[in-house]
Design a protein around this ligand. Structure first.
Ligand code: NAP
Length: 349
């Protein structure tokens, strides 16, 4: 058994010297190094931005989407969408644990990986035959490799697996929202969540509430999504706006917040083009959290500069200590979150 690098650099095929996330191609050999873990894969969760891009590019043709996902995994040794640059995560059963693995996992345990598929060596052996290409969640068979420095969480036994997977996929968002709102010590904090009826969006609303935000504003795409949130208690106010249309978006957010921008704006929309609207919707001295993987760093940075907007901008790092437990806690506490998630990922496991 070989000795691995805790960050997985020994799995990089090309380019030499890159870390796995930036690599073009990884080695998904099932033989594990002494600090690695092999997972027998049961289900992938493609991240929302990646799935939407694939769905749009193939005009909703499930067969073509499936073929492209298989081709990406085959070519790259990981599910790393080359257009969006994003991945997702997976659930499976621990199959083998190297003697020096620090992850504390045991063979036979059901786990969700909490590191992105963009850096997880992955091999699929069933041709994704049980997937029709029409959902973000992908029943799959194969194996994945975790490094010494990866993260995985045992699946909770009180939730259906597909719901736990959907919650854990976006668990970085609520933890980051709580941290950002809680650290604002001056005055009452207003929070606007763009894409608020989605998975990360609805959990972000719940986290803003939990962190005692003074006002929580849900920004949703259409009246259907507004109706889903109405009466849920997750938001104080709901506005319908296209997050990619900066001027109307900022006007509606500002009107709903008594003439000021939000102190904290959270971007949870799964399409590109929300940077400028989010910046314009944020008060001077406020913070924009770009959780969305469809965010463009140059567009955000240059847009803020061009608008002379004194706002802090955070990239939504998917990892915050305690993020998985916190998201599951919010989810268990709030039955409306469960309803919203079921609406997206269905009732079937
Ligand atoms: P989701 O459940 O699909 O939610 C996205 C929401 O945005 C949906 O309600 C969608 O409405 C709405 N939306 C789409 N276009 C809009 C527009 N023009 N204006 C207003 N709302 C719009 O997605 P998610 O799983 O929460 O993921 C959200 C983003 O987070 C994605 O970009 C995903 O890749 C990213 N993500 C980041 C991390 C990280 O670690 N930073 C981890 C996981 C996911 P419809 O459903 O009606 O289209």
């Amino acid at each position: 058994m070989s000795t691995g690098s805790p960050v997985g650099s020994h799995r990089v095929v090309s380019p030499a010297g890159a870390l796995p996330q930036a690599a073009d191609r990884l080695d998904s050999d099932p033989d594990i190094a002494d600090d690695e873990v092999r997972i027998s894969v049961e289900r992938l969760n493609l991240d929302a931005a990646s799935y939407r891009q694939l769905h749009t590019a193939h005009g909703g043709d499930g067969e073509a989407i499936r073929a492209e996902v298989l081709a990406i995994i085959d070519r790259r040794g990981k599910m790393h969408n080359p257009v969006t640059g994003s991945g997702g995560m997976l659930i499976g059963t621990v199959d083998a644990v190297g003697p020096r693995s620090p992850l504390g996992l045991k063979a036979g345990q059901k786990v969700a990986t909490l590191v992105s598929l963009t850096l997880t060596p992955l091999h699929i052996d069933d041709g994704l035959a049980r997937w029709d290409g029409n959902s973000e969640q992908v029943p799959a068979s194969g194996h994945a490799i975790l490094f010494g420095r990866s993260i995985a969480a045992p699946l909770p036994d009180d939730l259906p697996e597909h719901l736990a997977l959907a919650v854990l996929d976006v668990c970085g968002a609520p933890a980051l929202v709580r941290r950002v709102v809680a650290r604002r010590t001056h005055g009452a904090t207003t929070v606007a969540v763009l894409g608020a009826a989605g998975k990360s969006g609805s959990l972000s609303l719940a986290a803003a509430r939990d962190a005692h935000a003074a006002k929580v504003l849900a920004v949703v795409r259409d009246e259907n999504e507004a109706a889903q949130l109405l009466g849920s208690g997750l938001a104080d106010d709901i506005v319908v706006a296209d997050a990619t249309a900066p001027l109307p978006l900022a006007r509606k957010v500002t009107e709903a917040l008594d003439g000021r921008g939000a102190d904290v704006t959270v971007v949870c929309v799964d399409v590109p083009g929300c940077e400028h609207g989010a910046i314009l919707s944020t008060a001077t001295g406020g913070t924009v959290i770009f959780f969305s993987m469809a965010t463009s760093f140059p567009t955000a940075a240059l847009g803020a500069e061009g608008l002379a907007a004194d706002v802090e901008m955070l990239i939504g790092n998917g990892y915050v200590p305690g993020h998985a437990d916190y998201a599951l806690h919010l989810f268990r506490e709030n039955p409306h979150l469960r309803d919203l998630f079921i609406d997206r990922v269905g009732t079937e496991d």
